[in-house]
Design a protein around this ligand. Structure first.
Ligand code: HEM
Length: 211
């Protein structure tokens, strides 16, 4: 029965061919220990998506109930505290791995032509990741969240020329609900979209040489 289902899907989606092509992918000769950190970073992001899906079933995005709903999830459900901590630690480790990945790319000088577009994609990914961390800290809505919001908006204000014009709209438009939608929908969708382009470009150009 599974074979028939597999054949049916193969004709329509070509999933088996796709899978076999990925399994047959020969690792490039220039691969090194440090080449794994890009993959480990996306691994952390996937764990965050799974743990995040669990947490949205408990979280209430209103200023009076947000913090309370997270406390209740941690204290009154069997795996709540564990899942929240996995989510937070993956965010921290993801940032460390992303930094190692970017340093490795710099050491290999993989920012040079023809990979400069992928380098820019990487910078966009790093920016989106940073925004995910900031909005994630604000979601909790405790004192740390409040100061996170104030400090980051001050940083935005410090951008020469345009800073003050961005700061106003951010503060005027800020609501906990909007921050939440940005954290759970807008940023993850953008991040996965840019990651897809990142990998397509990587596969197209192949791995850069060792230095
Ligand atoms: C969410 C963040 C990121 C993820 C998940 C990610 C993931 C990956 C993966 C899986 C690869 C292929 C294998 C490898 O060399 O690791 C790769 C390659 C690459 N990444 Fe990233 N990356 C991220 C951020 C960045 C950043 C911040 C930069 C630099 C500014 C960057 C620049 C590159 C470049 C230039 C390549 C091609 C490497 C080569 O040709 O050898 N990436 N990335």
């Amino acid at each position: 029965m599974f074979k028939r289902l597999g054949d049916w899907l193969e004709v329509r989606l070509g999933l088996r061919t796709f899978y076999e092509k990925q399994v047959a992918y020969v690792l490039p000769e220039s691969i090194s220990f440090w080449s794994f950190f890009g993959g480990i970073t996306i691994g952390c992001i996937l764990i965050q998506i799974l743990t995040g899906i669990y947490m949205v079933t408990y979280y209430i995005p209103t200023p009076d109930l947000a913090h309370q709903s997270i406390s209740e999830m941690c204290n009154n459900t069997e795996y709540g505290a564990l899942i929240r901590n996995i989510h937070r630690w993956c965010a921290t480790f993801g940032m460390v791995f992303l930094t190692i990945h970017a340093l490795h790319i710099m050491a290999r000088r993989a920012y040079r032509p023809p990979r400069e577009l992928n380098w820019w994609m990487g910078l966009v990914l790093a920016f989106l990741y940073l925004l995910l961390v900031i909005t994630g800290i604000i979601v909790v809505w405790d004192w740390r969240s409040y100061w996170e919001l104030i400090i980051w908006v001050d940083w935005v204000d410090a951008i020469p020329g345009i800073g003050p014009y961005i700061k106003g709209p951010i503060l005027q438009g800020f609501t906990l609900g909007r921050n939440y939608v940005t954290h759970i929908w807008i940023l993850p969708i953008l991040l996965l979209g840019f990651f897809f382009i990142h990998i397509v470009l990587f596969r197209r150009l192949g791995m850069s040489d060792r230095v």
